[in-house]
Design a protein around this ligand. Sequence first.
Ligand SMILES: C[S@@+](CC[C@H](N)C(=O)[O-])C[C@H]1O[C@@H](n2cnc3c(N)ncnc32)[C@H](O)[C@@H]1O
Length: 298
Amino acid sequence: MAEDFAKGERRLCARLGLEGDAAESLLSAMRAGVSSRQAVVLTARAPQDYVPPFACTELDAPWLPPRVYVPAEGVKPTAHADYVAGLYYSLDLSSCWESACLSEVPAPASSLDMCAAPGGKTMLMAARFGAENHTANEVHPGRRGILRQNLEQCGMPQVRVTGNRPDQWARSGEQFDLLLVDAPCSGQSLLCKGIKNPGCLGSGMVNGNAKRQKGIMLSAVQCVAPGGHIVYTTCTYDPEENEKVMAYILKRNPDWQAVEVPLLAPFRSALASFPAYRLLPAHGFGAGGFCCLLKKVE
Ligand SMILES: C[S@@+](CC[C@H](N)C(=O)[O-])C[C@H]1O[C@@H](n2cnc3c(N)ncnc32)[C@H](O)[C@@H]1O
């Protein structure tokens, strides 16, 4: 078992092209499990001039999305009455990093979060653009309930909540200006947060997720109007579930292109010929993840 894990670690570093100190840094973050960093995003319930009632850290991070704050070390944002009142939503700083892709997207007339529960990406989108004509979709019934609760708590009753599979969306003929695809993945970054995730480095888990992600994205591209965008994100490091999924989609859909996100330039992946971005624990902004912004040409 330990041998399999070590083999998985080595394979991941090789796939990421990490050697020496860079490889050691990722491996020690996965073993230590202390890279988690929290953030809060203000909700529709928070007045325009609201600031959270706890100490926050000033980050040197131009990509930090609007209405997002980073609680100082030791602060528990969920312990405050304002959290219960729904003035802000608590989530991972790495999720906020991924949503910087939205800085290159015009305000959408309609949007769909295809894998929405528990609701973090929807909250970040709403903080930037509002949530008029937004649909939050979650296939898993139990998780859909949590999503509904979170949207209610955060004052977003206008959001339509649905439970369609991606292929059902594709067949529906409905078209959106913006799709968020925060895809189910092997979740390798969970290790860096101290969350047990057996098998997440195994090729079976990685390849199975990559297959599912390609299926989701093949449906997703059918749901976007010309000129519209997809923000693809995962909380895993393996290129099979990230760059390779994007390359697969771009190859099969010549009317799509990957779009540069200047705010994320320091995180540009060297593993793709198109713009794609990876955050690692060594960057210091949480456990990390991957994002890529795709546009359907007009
Ligand atoms: C990474 S989580 C989404 C997290 C959420 N976007 C957030 O920021 O709070 C991925 C979600 O995809 C859902 N999912 C699992 N399999 C799926 C599939 N085949 N198609 C669409 N969604 C799926 C899971 O139930 C899970 O809620």
